[in-house]
Design a protein around this ligand. Structure first.
Ligand SMILES: Nc1ncnc2c1ncn2[C@@H]1O[C@H](COP(=O)(O)OP(=O)(O)OP(=O)(O)O)[C@@H](O)[C@H]1O
Ligand SMILES: [Mg+2]
Length: 251
């Protein structure tokens, strides 16, 4: 089993405040890996350190290392890191006035990743199909993204991330603003995507972690309390704190 992302003695500070405490974690490739824990425990902070988005905040400081297939992301160009490790956020954030097509095409154009218009059209179609959105938008590719529903906008953001052919896809509470039907569609999609990608999903819902993930980590007050195969963690948690969280007594 290859490891896609590894953190080594990772600590993260905002000013003097240590919010991720010496976390060492291995995320195998081509699985859905969930990071769960109560509000404020550091899930988003941890996730944003993986693709170096965190350093856009001048107040944040990282100690230790994050590795992508064994290579420190801090030895890589941040633009390259963010291409290899894509991200989908809590609230769908397409460019609302830009067309559906252009939302997916933009990153490819800006990064000079396509040689012709034909190739661009092919990759956009491929990404929209992969994100289970193509059938709903194929006849309206030039309408603005704002014409889509919230769930469709989130799948558009997934298509936009996939178009860059990342190794890893980070998702920070990707269904938090969606209704149950749209949530189920995204969860089904996440489950399928793990055949080709490593997916790291942050959720404050143990039920969602149980539904979509193969591995799960429980984070509490910045500490990694427990990590393992999802079934094992849910059936036989090693830590009492995990058990209390899973039964709704912490959080
Ligand atoms: N930009 C920031 N500046 C200073 N402190 C921050 C910043 N962002 C987060 N924090 C603090 O870091 C800790 C972890 O926050 P983080 O957003 O990573 O938690 P979370 O688990 O994602 O929470 P939620 O489930 O509410 O999204 C919290 O104590 C928070 O107040
Ligand atoms: Mg968060």
């Amino acid at each position: 089993m290859r490891v896609a992302i590894e953190t080594v003695n990772l600590s993260i500070y905002y000013g003097q405040n240590c919010v991720i405490k010496n976390v060492s974690l291995k995320i195998p490739e081509k699985v859905v890996f969930a990071i769960m824990g109560p509000s404020g425990c550091g899930k988003s902070t941890l996730l944003r350190s993986f693709n170096r988005l965190l350093e856009l905040n001048p107040n944040a400081r990282v100690e230790g290392d994050v590795r992508l297939y064994g290579r420190s992301v801090y030895d890589m160009n941040p633009i390259e890191v963010r291409r290899k490790i894509g991200m989908v956020f809590q609230h769908p954030n397409p460019f609302p006035h830009m067309s559906i097509f252009d939302n997916v095409a933009l990153g490819l154009k800006l990064n000079g990743l396509v040689k012709s218009k034909k190739e661009l059209r092919e990759i956009v179609e491929w990404a929209l199909k992969r994100a289970a959105l193509w059938d709903e938008v194929k006849d309206r590719l030039h309408e603005p993204a704002s014409a889509l529903s919230g769930g469709q906008q989130q799948r558009l953001c997934i298509a936009r991330a996939l178009a860059m052919k990342p190794d890893v896809l980070l998702m920070d509470e990707p269904t938090a603003s969606l209704d149950p039907v749209a949530t189920e569609k995204i969860e089904d999609l996440i489950y399928e995507l793990k055949e080709e990608y490593t997916i790291v999903i942050v959720t404050h819902s143990p039920a969602q972690a149980a539904r979509v993930s193969n591995y799960v980590a429980f984070l509490y007050l910045g500490e990694l309390v427990e990590v393992g195969k999802t079934e094992r963690v849910f059936e036989k948690p090693e830590s009492e704190l995990t058990e209390r969280y899973l039964t709704g007594r912490v959080g």
